[in-house]
Design a protein around this ligand. Structure first.
Ligand code: MTE
Length: 324
């Protein structure tokens, strides 16, 4: 994800032993950026699931228990340990495990999310308000633009339910999301390399799609800070960077928002970022991906396997704008 420094975008190094790292670097120099990378195995782990069930001082609803150990295509869930250790959260660190470590003491309560802009009823939602929405389990594939993927049993609720509460006005065409800006807690924000705060956006119809959720938990527990606690977006048919973490503001707007990645590297990242194996990133192929916890690579699917549900949003389908 980091513009300019290709060596840093290879994410897996934090999981590699030194010898594997050297082998990976040789392979990297040889050509393919991500194909040779592999991470140490984390074993599956219903037993090690250990996120909080509730936040102190906040009454949380009963979270639904895990309903399946596979996604609808039969792929096994990524182990809890991998999902919670191997994270991208640049506000804390550009290293995967560093982010999880540095986010450990992040204060996620009290928390408010302001929802406003072009709406009839602007409103500030506290945690208790967010937990009033019925929490559902959604098992989704997450495909990172860096070439790895996971299968994650999220807990959350459709973003549409929250947006309906504030009543978007007819001029509203896009939704803009913003992450907390707090350099004291988030050391990565002390670097001026990125135009903080992290911002993302969706077209209103994408935001209202039933697959688009606001997640409050995973594996039947509340989110840990490194996964975007207490509230993050999940848009499963787009590259993972669209799924913005630790949201404090949501605005309905008329103009297409400029995301952090569009501002940081406009030649590499556009607004839509829908997964498409046939459209390479300017610096690497997107044809395949490595499931975290597995060695083999698997073919990447158009819209990350959700084409039936979302392809109608993008007509004509061959417009390049949809896929970067
Ligand atoms: N949101 C914020 N605020 N900051 C980030 O660095 N990283 C994005 C996305 N949301 C990121 C973010 C990227 S690149 C990915 S792949 C996913 O979060 C990763 O989510 P996970 O760490 O929970 O797997």
């Amino acid at each position: 994800m980091i513009p300019i420094q290709p060596s840093e975008i290879t994410p897996e190094h934090v999981y590699l032993s030194r010898r594997k790292l050297l082998a990976a670097m040789v392979a990297l120099a040889a050509s393919s950026l991500l194909a040779a990378c592999s991470d140490a195995h984390t074993e599956p782990t219903a037993l090690t699931v250990a996120g909080p069930l509730a936040l102190e001082g906040t009454s949380t609803p009963p979270l639904p228990p895990l309903s399946s150990d596979r996604d609808e295509l039969g792929a096994p869930l990524t182990p809890w340990e991998a999902i919670t250790r191997y994270t991208n959260f640049y506000e804390f660190s550009t290293s995967k495990e560093g982010a999880a470590r540095l986010a450990r003491n992040f204060r996620t309560a009290p928390w408010t999310v302001e929802v406003g802009g072009l709406v009839a009823r602007p409103r500030t939602f506290g945690l208790e308000d967010l937990y009033q929405f019925e929490q559902e389990e959604r098992i989704y594939r997450m495909r990172c633009v860096e070439g790895w993927s996971m299968v994650i049993p999220w807990i959350g609720f459709p973003l549409a339910r929250l947006l309906n509460k504030v009543e978007p006005l007819s001029q509203a065409r896009y939704v803009r999301f913003e992450t907390l800006y707090d350099p004291e807690q988030m050391p990565g924000q002390k670097s001026s390399f990125y135009p903080w705060p992290y911002v993302e956006g969706l077209r209103l119809d994408e935001a209202m799609h039933d697959l688009t959720i606001l997640a409050t938990g995973l594996y039947g527990r509340l989110l840990l800070p490194q996964n975007g606690a207490p509230l993050r977006l999940v848009v499963p048919w787009k590259y993972g960077f669209k799924s913005i973490k630790s949201i404090v503001r949501i605005d309905l707007v008329e103009e297409q928002p400029v995301s952090l990645w569009m501002a940081a590297a406009p030649k590499e990242y556009g607004f839509y970022a829908n997964v498409n194996p046939q459209v390479p990133h300017p610096r690497w192929s997107q044809a395949s991906e490595r499931r975290i916890g597995e060695d083999r690579r698997i073919p990447t699917m158009l819209f990350n396997g959700y084409a039936e549900e979302v392809a109608h949003l993008y007509q004509p389908l061959d417009r390049r704008e949809w896929y970067y």
